[in-house]
Design a protein around this ligand. Structure first.
Ligand code: FAD
Length: 385
């Protein structure tokens, strides 16, 4: 009766938290609710090895071995030593989801494909459960139902436009020097992320850090309702920047765009955190994990989510803690994580702003020499999206 756990949200952090509880408490009765059969997000994640090791419970069995192999391409020991060296992998969301779901199935944790509409619904489905976990993502409905409309504090850092597309066959990242030289040709700085080839296509993402005026001039554009490269509503400076970067990639990496594969969206990079991460509601404990609890830009959110999911797994399986103490312990750990993640994100943001200033100043000085010459620039301009 005291070992029932109900998790809403079968995204990476919900699945991971379920695994952590089950590994620490093999007789735990865990149910996951997920509204979609197939994971809806399709992007490439930077997953740091350490995120699946710190606070996590090792079991060293065949299932764990297969999981580490699928995600990191190495066993637990090798993954650990690579983590010490700060290693990370790039993995597609659906590949990570596949590995986590296989793990969850092997541990006999059921996933119910149903949408949860309220805490009340969960309580009526699980009248004996004392511990409910909300892993239902950034727009968590459970968080709002339990903690109210102003449950989250937001700290915007940057305005971003993201262009995702598929390149035909294989492509490669530009060298760091070529990326720097390209950035000098543009009004906004850009970063590129090149995934692994699969079925004759390679996913590429470009992130442009634009100013607030360009952001506001751009119409609403999300992954679900993206803009295309030929959309006339794209501000001219943005259109030129995108064409320049893709032109360099076409000329230098021999990249060929898969027609109509591009999706342009805009977003604000913000730090956010729930004001409380655990609370009592209707005599039950409710915990927030993953994006439902906090969001950190610069490729940290999933990593931060996994770390707090592992911590929650540890706290929930401590028999000597009362239900109240579990809430207090979970809330008490958070300021440290929040401070760590927020400081790291703010420092990265400061470094990014520094790079932007340096790029702008160095492209304006007459003695700049790390640059594309005029002939190269003419070739890039021939690029037609
Ligand atoms: C373009 C992009 C790139 C990113 N890159 C990185 C990166 O490189 N590194 C990194 O660390 N992070 C990255 N992130 C962030 C990362 O994707 C998220 O932090 C991560 O997906 C959060 O996992 P989650 O399980 O908390 O939430 P989600 O992935 O949002 O999962 C929540 C799940 O809950 C389900 N759900 C929601 N409501 C209900 C309901 N009412 N009933 C039932 N089910 C429900 C949803 O269907 C979903 O499956 C990136 C994000 C984006 C958008």
């Amino acid at each position: 009766m005291g070992n029932e756990y109900v998790i809403t949200g079968g995204g990476p952090v919900g699945l991971w938290t379920a695994i952590q509880i089950k590994k620490r408490m093999p007789d735990a009765d865990i149910t996951i609710y997920e509204r979609y059969q197939d994971y809806k997000r399709a992007h490439v994640l930077k997953l740091e090895n350490i995120s699946m090791l710190l606070y996590a419970k090792p079991r060293r069995d065949a299932v764990e071995k297969a999981f580490f192999n699928e995600v990191f391409g190495s066993n637990l020991r090798k993954t650990f030593w690579q983590a010490v060296g700060g290693k990370s992998v790039f993995i597609r969301t659906n590949a990570l989801e596949h590995a986590l779901k296989t793990y969850v199935e092997a541990l006999d944790i059921p996933i119910n494909y149903a949408r949860i509409n309220s805490p009340k619904e969960l309580i009526s489905k699980h009248p004996n459960c004392q511990h409910f976990i909300a892993a239902d993502g950034a727009h968590s409905a459970l968080r709002q139902a339990i903690m109210g409309d102003d449950a989250v504090k937001n700290f915007p850092l940057q305005y971003v436009v993201e262009i995702k597309y598929e390149a035909q066959v294989q492509t490669r990242p530009l060298s760091t020097t070529d990326q720097y030289k390209t950035n000098k040709l543009m009004s906004s700085m850009a970063f590129e992320y090149v995934g692994k080839e699969k079925n004759g296509q390679t996913p590429v993402s470009l992130r442009l850090f634009i100013d607030e005026a360009t952001y506001n001039a751009l119409p609403e554009a999300s992954f679900k309702a993206p803009l295309r490269l030929d959309d006339t509503r794209l501000p001219e400076n943005l259109r030129n920047d995108i064409a320049t970067y893709m032109g360099v990639r076409a000329a230098e990496a021999g990249e060929i765009l898969l027609p109509q594969s591009e999706k342009i969206s805009k977003l604000t990079l913000s730090l956010y955190r729930a004001k409380k991460f655990a609370a009592s509601h209707e005599n039950c404990n409710w915990y927030l994990v993953g994006d439902a609890a906090m969001g950190v830009p610069y490729f940290r959110s999933l990593n931060a989510g996994l770390l707090i999911g592992s911590q929650l797994g540890y706290i929930l399986t401590q028999d000597n803690l009362s239900n109240n103490a579990k809430i207090n312990a979970y809330n008490a750990c958070r300021p440290l994580d929040v401070a760590w993640e927020f400081t790291a994100a703010s420092m990265k943001n400061a470094a990014l702003c520094g790079y932007d200033q340096f790029r702008k100043i160095s492209s304006a000085v007459p003695w700049e020499f790390v640059k594309w010459d005029k002939k190269d620039q003419k070739t890039f301009k021939k690029f037609q999206p």
